[in-house]
Design a binder for this molecule. Structure first.
Ligand SMILES: C[S@@+](CC[C@H](N)C(=O)[O-])C[C@H]1O[C@@H](n2cnc3c(N)ncnc32)[C@H](O)[C@@H]1O
Ligand SMILES: COc1c(-c2ccc(O)c(O)c2)oc2cc(O)cc(O)c2c1=O
Length: 313
């Protein structure tokens, strides 16, 4: 084997081992949450030293080396930051990163239910609600998309987390949450928020706009076109003023960085396995819109791994 082939061989070998052992990443993340490490660091108020962490975890000092290696692995995966003190014999201290800040339990945007879904998929609506709390950031960054509306139906809106945030943010807007009857049974609304138990394939109440957040990726092309046609009927009385607002991923392997594409493609496989659904490229979205009889769309790519798409009749 010449030098170049040897380099490629060992790069290939490394990549393969990385993928094979990579399944330890979510497992370690879950252990970190079960041990309460994000909460411990957050409550500490400043970077926590290794010995302070071991003491807070009530782990025998003889196991300090295990904790150090565990934290090194998570820090390498950008879940925690490691600070090395210049004074105290280069003592290590751990801090939260943007990712682990989202695992602190009293944070409004806490995503630990999404992580727990791996071991306990029973509480699906709690998981979806945790994801939906990020909608406040979407709304703050695109007020113009919502403030012209008088009414909106959140189709497949679950237990109403997104709709409640929309109502709080836009005090004139009336919001209907449509989901299957057993999902919305016993939920109470307010004067501007109501729940409708219905099948989105059959009927959707009239409104200025329809919101579909994390709904269409659950469905194949044929079903998406059926849903979109129903949504189009719902906004038909508004002429060209009505619109559909979709919050979902748009795969763009050329423009996105490696992390973002990785997230979108992982979700795509999850959707394929669980629902025969899929994440879509812009071209695939465009074909859906054309298939359902829409004329224009506009994509806003500024919301992390998901985008907001306005679709017009
Ligand atoms: C992936 S969840 C998204 C929930 C919510 N939009 C969110 O982002 O958190 C999909 C939702 O679609 C609802 N759903 C599935 N089939 C439906 C149907 N035929 N009619 C109405 N809602 C449906 C589910 O009950 C669930 O709440
Ligand atoms: C079943 O798909 C999985 C989801 C999911 C995400 C978004 C949706 O709109 C869904 O309908 C399902 O989420 C998770 C979360 C996890 O932590 C682990 C998983 O395996 C999954 C899914 O498989």
């Amino acid at each position: 084997m010449d030098n170049q082939n040897a380099i490629e061989f060992f790069e290939g070998q490394n990549l393969l081992y990385m993928q094979i052992f990579g399944n330890l990443r979510p497992v370690c993340l879950m252990w970190a949450c079960e041990l309460g490490i994000p909460d411990i660091i957050s409550n500490h108020g400043k970077p926590i030293t290794l010995l302070e962490l071991v003491s807070a975890l009530q782990i025998p000092p003889s196991k300090v080396g295990f904790v150090k290696r565990f934290m090194r692995f998570l820090a390498h995966n950008r879940i925690f930051d490691i600070h090395e003190s210049q004074e105290d014999h280069h003592e290590l201290a751990y801090a939260l990163t943007p990712a682990s800040k989202l695992l602190v339990n009293d944070s409004i945007h806490c995503l630990s239910p999404m992580l727990q879904f791996m071991t306990d998929p029973c509480n699906f609506f709690l998981v979806m609600a945790s994801d939906s709390r990020m909608v406040d950031l979407v709304l703050k960054n695109c007020t113009s998309i919502f403030e012209e509306l008088d009414s909106i139906v959140d189709v497949g809106g679950g237990t109403g987390t997104t709709a409640r945030i929309i109502c709080e943010t836009f005090p004139k807007l009336k919001c209907v949450v449509l989901d299957l009857p057993h999902v919305v049974a016993n939920l109470t609304g307010s004067n501007r928020l109501s729940f409708v138990g219905s099948d989105m394939f059959k009927s959707i109440p009239q409104a200025d706009a329809v919101l579909l957040k994390w709904v269409l990726h659950d469905w194949n092309e044929e079903n998406c076109i059926k849903i979109l046609k129903r949504c189009k009927d719902s906004i038909s009385s508004k002429g060209n003023r009505g619109k559909i607002i979709i919050i979902d991923a748009v795969i763009n392997e050329k423009l996105d960085d490696q992390d973002k594409t990785q997230t979108k493609l992982c979700m795509d496989i999850a959707m394929m396995i669980a629902f025969n659904g899929n994440e879509r490229t812009e071209e695939e979205w465009k074909q859906l819109f054309i298939g359902a009889g829409f004329q224009h769309y506009k994509i806003y790519h500024t919301f992390g791994f998901r985008s907001l798409i306005e679709v017009y009749p």
